[in-house]
Structures are given as C-alpha cells and as structure tokens.
Design a protein around this ligand. Structure first.
Ligand code: FAD
Length: 422
C-alpha cells in the first residue's frame, strides 16, 4: 500500500465519522471508506457505478434511477421497423447488485454540493463524497411552443428516449393506412445520436416496403446535409427504398399544429399522417446547475470528468458539451463511465488520475433488417488544449452496407449491455 493510500484511509475513516457515514449499510463487510452517488442508470451512469465497485469494493456506490429496467436507445429503431420487440432491448438492473451497487429506484430532484446530498422525489436523501451525473438529455420544448402541454407530447412523439414512446410510435405506424405519409423532423446538431434519425428512416422504410408500399417518408432536417454516414445512408435510401424517402435539408421546424398533424417550418408547413418530431436537446434537468456551455451542456475536465462548475461532481454522457468530433452516443457514454470510474477511485484513494485517457467510439446503424453500416473514431486527451482530439488515421466508415456488420451490430449491443449492467 502506498503512503498516500494509507493516509487516505486514515483521513477517510475520520471523515466518515464526522459525516455520520461510518455506520451506513454497505454490501461489503468492512465499513465503506467513501460514498459515491450516481444519478442515472443509462450507458454512462450504470458503467461508472459498476466499474467503481469492481476497482475498489470498499467504496459504497448508490445508483439512483427511476426505471425498473434499462431500455436501450441503440436498436430501438428496429422496434419501429418491427424487427425487434421492446423486451429484446431491455436489461434489468439486478446485475449491478452482484457488484455491490445499491440501486435506489427514485428520481433525483436536486444535487446539493454544500451538504453533499442528492434529494430524492420519495423524500429521502443520499449522502456522497463524490457525485456522478449521467441523466442524458431533456427537451427544449420552448423551441416548439405548441408542444408544451402533456396532451401535445402524447400526440406527437419523439421516441428519443427508448421505452413507452418507442412502443407508441410503432403503434401509430401500424395504424397508418397504406399510402399515408410519415413526417420526421430533425433538429440542428448537436443532439443525441447523430446517425439516429437517418437510421430511423431506413427502419420505417423497411417496414413500409413490406407492409405499406404506397406510403411515403418526408425527412425534414434542420441541418444542411445528413450529419453522419451521409453517403452510406443516401445509398441505402436509393438502393433499398427508391422513391419512398423525400429528404429535405435546411428545413427548420418552428412549431407543431399537433391537432392538425402539421409540422410548421420556417418556410411553409408539412402535413403528415404520423408525425415524429425530435426536439432540440440539452443536458437532463437534474444537471441544470452544472450547465456552463450555451445554456445547454455541462463542461468537464476530460481526465476525470469532474464538472467545471462544481468540484466533487462529475458529469458523463449526452449531458456534456462534447469535444471536437465527439458524438453523443451510448458507446461514448460507456467510455466516459469507465474513465470517470477509474479517476474517481484514484481521487478517493489520494492517487493521481490517468493524465492521458483515450476513448473509442463505434456506432452501427441498421439500414434494413440485416444490413448495417458503421462509423468509428479514436479520441485522445490533448494536454496542451485540455480537450479530447481525434487520432489522425484512426477510425473510419464502412466501405458499403453489408450483412456482416448487421451481425456485429447485435454483438456490439449484447457486449455493451453486459459491460454496463451485468
Ligand atoms: C433512436 C436512437 C438510437 C441510438 N442508437 C445508438 C447506437 O446505435 N449506438 C450508440 O452508441 N448510441 C446510440 N444512441 C445514443 C445513446 O442512446 C445515448 O448517447 C446514450 O444513451 C447516452 O447515455 P447517457 O448515460 O448520457 O444517458 P441515458 O443512457 O439516456 O441514461 C440516462 C438515465 O438517467 C436517468 N435519469 C434522468 N434524470 C434522472 C433523475 N433526475 N434522477 C434519476 N435518474 C435520472 C434516466 O432514467 C436514464 O436511465 C441512440 C439514441 C437514440 C435516441
């Protein structure tokens, strides 16, 4: 044991007595030397919680998450295509228990950095020495004023958080007559999962081709062009679904007449039988006090994921202001979780975190029931500019859509779910 580590254990024991934590329940027999609260059991939070326990079982980890089970956004577009059921993309949180993670099923309503507690909707509080926030995104409904009510949001779905909305949107597609029009609207980047909307169009087109071949898809994109894997998606739209998809770039949605099933654009309106409006996004509500960039995102030190707004708090995943060319993806959030867990364990043990971490992103998109394409990139910490930079020559995109990558997609999903949750 290093001198620093011995000193930490002494100081930690005194600190625990002071904060009244020494007697708190811990899944290991020894009293916990420190407590970490993790808010959000998605790709970032579940990974961080599990890895902290694996790296140092003496740390008590509480994961706060309202949902009974994790539902994956990756592969959720296949539920819309009818090629997967919601059960296929759902993983219970029970796997975390064997690592000694305490899972509390509740909403975090506030994080108090002075008292070092997370307040829960249920009325109790979770104390921490360090807190990790990975709440994903919430929506900027103010950009689409008529969508503010719960009634409007129940009628026009985003399905940009996998779960009940995914199932409901599939039902709307099933109820649509053959010859109907599906309108999907995409906000200006950055948003969760850059290739997600374009993959969704492929999946809905695959369903229409088989079940409703006279139907049309209108893709209203606020961006000037497809922002990820563009040539591959465009080739799939032409080769697999020729004539079915009408792609309209530079089409900014400014509101929705949800009763009249019309997306109101900056220039003109677009009516449809089923509307799927993906609103602009920002860091999840609970992370609001940690937002420092553009009134939308949280900034961090990339070696530890410690918040630039508050020491002792770490932020992961989609809630972040991304580094250049870094996507908001599950693959990234999982990597954030691992680097953050390693850094938190080092910091709680009085040791120095890794000064030059590396992240790898891989993102597959299913363009039919079997064919897929991918993009991958490697991001390394740049000490001079204190950000993550892509490694030149590393990564790339598929040469062409193919079945092998369809198989890799399913293996990637099974692996990442196991890595985060099993
Ligand atoms: C249609 C679609 C397809 C996608 N496909 C891919 C893909 O193929 N590959 C890929 O890598 N990525 C994909 N993504 C992106 C990926 O889903 C996200 O980037 C990833 O989920 C981000 O992880 P996160 O931990 O930041 O947030 P999430 O995984 O969303 O987790 C956030 C968690 O926090 C919880 N939470 C929120 N607020 C609170 C609170 N106040 N208290 C307690 N808990 C809270 C939520 O319930 C949720 O479980 C896709 C996204 C979409 C929408």
């Amino acid at each position: 044991m290093t001198m620093q580590r011995r000193q930490f254990l002494k100081a930690g024991a005194a600190g625990l007595a002071m904060t009244g934590l020494a007697g708190c329940a811990s899944t290991s027999s020894a009293p916990a030397k420190a407590r970490v609260a993790v808010v959000g059991g998605g790709y970032g939070g579940a990974t961080a919680a599990k890895y902290i326990r694996m790296l140092d079982p003496a740390i008590h980890v509480t994961l706060i998450e309202p949902n009974e089970a994790f539902v994956s956004c990756p592969l959720s577009n296949m539920v819309l295509g009818g090629f997967r059921g919601i059960g296929d993309i759902t993983t219970p949180y029970t796997g975390l228990a064997k690592h000694g993670v305490e899972v509390v099923r509740d909403w975090a309503t506030a994080v108090d950095m002075t008292t070092k507690t997370v307040a829960l909707k249920g009325g109790s509080k979770v104390a921490f020495d360090r807190v990790i926030l990975s709440p994903g995104v919430d929506f900027m409904w103010e950009a689409l004023p008529s969508m503010a009510s719960a009634e409007a949001q129940a009628a026009v779905l985003h399905a940009w958080k996998a779960g009940p909305q995914t199932v409901s949107l599939r039902k709307q597609l099933e109820a649509m007559p053959d010859g109907g029009v599906f309108v999907i609207s995409v906000p200006l980047a950055p948003f969760r999962c850059p290739p997600g909307p374009y993959e969704r169009v492929c999946q809905v087109a695959a369903y229409f081709k088989a079940a409703k071949p006279r139907s049309k898809i209108i893709l209203l994109d606020e961006n000037a062009d497809v922002i990820s894997k563009g040539p591959l998606f465009k080739k799939a739209w032409t080769d697999l679904y020729g004539g079915m998809i009408d792609y309209r770039p530079n089409s900014k949605a400014v509101d929705v007449d949800w009763k009249g099933r019309t997306v109101k654009l900056e220039f003109g309106d677009q009516k449809g039988d089923v509307l799927n409006v993906i609103p602009p996004q920002r860091a999840g509500d609970v992370a609001k006090p940690f937002i420092t960039a553009n009134n939308r995102w949280c900034e961090v030190d990339w070696t530890t994921f410690e918040s630039k707004a508050h020491k002792g708090a770490h932020v992961l995943g989609d809630a972040l202001q991304v580094a250049p060319l870094m996507p908001k993806s599950g693959s990234m959030a999982n990597g954030h979780g691992r680097i953050c867990a390693t850094a938190v364990v080092a910091l709680l043990n009085g040791e120095a975190p890794n000064p030059s971490p590396t992240l790898i992103n891989t993102c597959y998109s299913m363009v039919s029931d079997k064919l897929a394409v991918h993009v991958t990139s490697v991001h390394k910490y740049d000490e001079k500019d204190r950000t993550m930079k892509t490694v030149p020559g590393a990564g790339g995109v598929s040469a062409a859509m193919n079945e092998a990558e369809g198989v890799y997609t399913m293996n990637w999903a099974r692996n990442i779910w196991a890595d985060a949750l099993a």
